[in-house]
Design a protein around this ligand. Structure first.
Ligand SMILES: Cc1cc2nc3c(=O)[nH]c(=O)nc-3n(C[C@H](O)[C@H](O)[C@H](O)COP(=O)(O)O)c2cc1C
Length: 353
């Protein structure tokens, strides 16, 4: 095994995220959360094939890797030809152990090393690992800084919001991660004391995002593509991480992608406006009016009040009148789902072909 000795660098005071930072290499902002006993190499490949934006291994003991059995080594395997960034998550109480284990991680072709600062399990926190590391942000910064300086792989972290309601240290720990040169922080919106009770605190995640100087990944209780998208929109996080939701619905990442495409599609009114601009460049007013009324009428099908709107369209005497009516109509229906157009529905039954 190649072991290069690195010269220690001075502590990193503050490290602005640079162009070409790891976050820019994500395939999309819907990620698979690491889950112990679950996120093994084959499931990771399935989630990659399902278009998860980033995939992370279950937590692996740094010590376990150093004194490794074949089984521990298998936990850090990266499947062939990954279509996205694959990270390996380690835990441990000693920065030296993590640095040493990171060499093995680098050899697998993993894109980054993720550190677990969220594990609530007694056996783990008793040794000062997992969420216990969040109790002392200054110590955490030293710990992360030491790891960062010792490894070549990009370093990321996953945290909870704190130890308990009286010890919400997330803001300080995010700052510590930033100071230490981490690429991003994934935040599971619960405290250690909460375990998996209650609901993840997405208001706090939004607050963390607003204050953080590095990318924030939000996590907790996302069960559908719609919720994932809403969390992205409402909190401004850089990505959403989905764990349990992807177990019963591994298609969730593809569904998120489809929703993203839909979102980029222009709304009916935007299409009408674009068509108007094009028509005006080609035809005189009368033809512009005729064609524009048709498109507006077609787009209204299926929405409440569509028949009356079509009636108004065919009586409209000017392009301005069409635009004003269309604006009122489509503004009122903007929050409604796109109407279904069934194969069996009669529509435009006369034609030349
Ligand atoms: C069975 C199970 C195992 C988990 N193992 C890990 C782990 O190894 N590393 C980690 O950072 N988080 C682990 N988590 C936490 C998840 O990554 C995630 O933060 C949590 O489940 C909340 O997200 P969700 O509601 O989308 O599942 C685990 C969660 C579950 C349910």
């Amino acid at each position: 095994m190649n072991q290069t000795v690195k010269t220690p660098e001075p502590p990193v005071e503050s490290r602005p995220q640079q162009e070409g930072a790891l976050i820019h290499k994500m395939r999309n902002p819907y990620w698979m959360a690491p889950m112990s006993g679950i996120s093994e190499v084959c499931l990771r490949q399935i989630m990659d094939e399902m278009q998860a934006g980033v995939v992370i291994s279950e937590l692996v003991s740094a010590k376990g890797l150093i004194y490794s059995s074949g089984r521990t080594r298998q936990m850090i395997r990266v499947h062939e030809k990954p279509g996205t960034l694959i990270g390996v998550q380690l835990f441990g109480e000693s920065a030296d152990d993590i640095v040493e284990a990171a060499r093995q991680v680098a050899e697998t072709g993993a894109a980054f090393l993720d550190l677990n600062l969220g594990c609530p399990v007694k056996k783990v926190v008793k040794k000062g690992c997992g969420s216990a590391l969040m109790r002392d942000p200054a110590k955490l910064e030293t710990f992360l800084g030491k790891i960062k300086r010792g490894i070549d792989l990009p370093l990321t972290v996953k945290m909870r919001t704190g130890w308990n309601d009286a010890e919400i240290t997330i803001h300080e720990c995010v700052q510590a991660a930033y100071n230490a040169g981490c690429e991003w922080v994934a935040v599971h919106g619960r405290t250690r004391a909460q375990g998996y009770d209650g609901l993840a605190d997405w208001d706090l995640i939004a607050e963390v995002k607003a204050r953080a100087k590095l990318p924030i990944i939000g996590n907790g209780d996302v069960r559908s593509a719609e919720t994932a998208r809403r969390r992205l929109d409402e909190t401004g996080v850089d990505a959403v991480m989905i764990g349990r939701g992807a177990l019963r619905n591994p298609w969730i990442f593809k569904q998120c992608m489809r929703l993203m495409t839909d979102r980029r599609d222009p709304a009916p009114l935007e299409l009408i406006l674009r068509y108007k601009d094009l028509l005006e460049g080609v035809y005189e007013t009368r033809r512009t009016l005729i064609y524009l009324r048709k498109l507006a009428a077609w787009l209204a099908f299926g929405y409440p009040g569509a028949a009356a709107f079509r009636g108004r369209m065919y009586q409209a005497l000017s392009v301005n009148e069409v635009m004003e009516c269309a604006q009122t109509f489509f503004d009122a229906s903007s929050s409604l789902p796109v109407p279904k157009f069934e194969e069996t529905e009669a529509f435009m039954m006369g034609g030349h072909g």
